[in-house]
Design a protein around this ligand. Sequence first.
Ligand SMILES: NC(=O)c1ccc[n+]([C@@H]2O[C@H](COP(=O)([O-])OP(=O)(O)OC[C@H]3O[C@@H](n4cnc5c(N)ncnc54)[C@H](OP(=O)(O)O)[C@@H]3O)[C@@H](O)[C@H]2O)c1
Length: 265
Amino acid sequence: MTQEYKGTALVTGASSGIGAVYAHRLAKQGYDLIIVARNGERLKALASGLTEETGRTVETVVADLGNTADLARVEGVLKQDRSITLLVNNAGVGGTAPLLAADVDKMQKMMELNVTALMRLTYAAVPGFVARGGGTIINIASIVAIVPERLNGVYGATKAFVLAFSQSLKHELAERNIRIQAVLPGATATEFWGIAGTPIEHLPSEIVMSAEAMVDASLAGLKQGEFATIPALEDAGLLSAYEQARQALMPNLSRSMPAKRYKLA
Ligand SMILES: NC(=O)c1ccc[n+]([C@@H]2O[C@H](COP(=O)([O-])OP(=O)(O)OC[C@H]3O[C@@H](n4cnc5c(N)ncnc54)[C@H](OP(=O)(O)O)[C@@H]3O)[C@@H](O)[C@H]2O)c1
């Protein structure tokens, strides 16, 4: 073990893709891990590989975060394990079909995982972080949080929730030494695309990043104190301008009278 111990990181959706890379990078940074997903075999294989490589303790929790009882079990871990200093809310599924071709029951399941589970796990983690004087939450959103026209609209809306919720967490917890980061990956080469309905091979390679590069950039953004990290965005000024436009709207959004353009006299 070369790195200083940084506490325990709980990473959801760590059995593949982006979550598995977070698990690897965080173990190398000095975190013990609790890795969560449905596929126990994959989690176990990852855990033993990581322990062998880094010497860190890696616990596996097999849970379907779309299932209320399983979710409650993971919430219990977050409430009880005082060693947890970092929560990575990564587990998620997407979709690429438009409304007329999408199954509404699948849309609801997506919302239960991408929105409800992420929200409940955050609620489970924050009081302990406050009581212990600090902590970090990394919420994996997506670029579709700001461009929901790109993929399935419900998927985009779930990620807009993640971004908006993260924004409010940052605001509410600013004085509590709790760091919040929202990560907005563009297309990333994982199993996500096949599951979402469009194999990754159908995307132009120049817009697809490796999960390793995506996670490394995001962790660099976290270190630099970024709130919203868009790994592919070359000109950070564009994101600042977007935020400035939002801030400029803020004092103008609630008034006793409708705006003059509605001509209500
Ligand atoms: N890939 C992209 O282009 C991209 C872009 C932007 C954002 N994202 C976001 O990145 C996150 C990770 O996705 P990925 O690209 O790494 O895809 P992935 O390889 O398919 O990984 C998804 C992870 O979530 C877990 N998971 C899925 N359903 C679950 C459930 N019901 N309960 C518990 N765990 C569950 C999966 O494990 P099990 O199957 O073992 O449960 C897996 O570990 C997602 O939130 C996704 O929306 C991805």
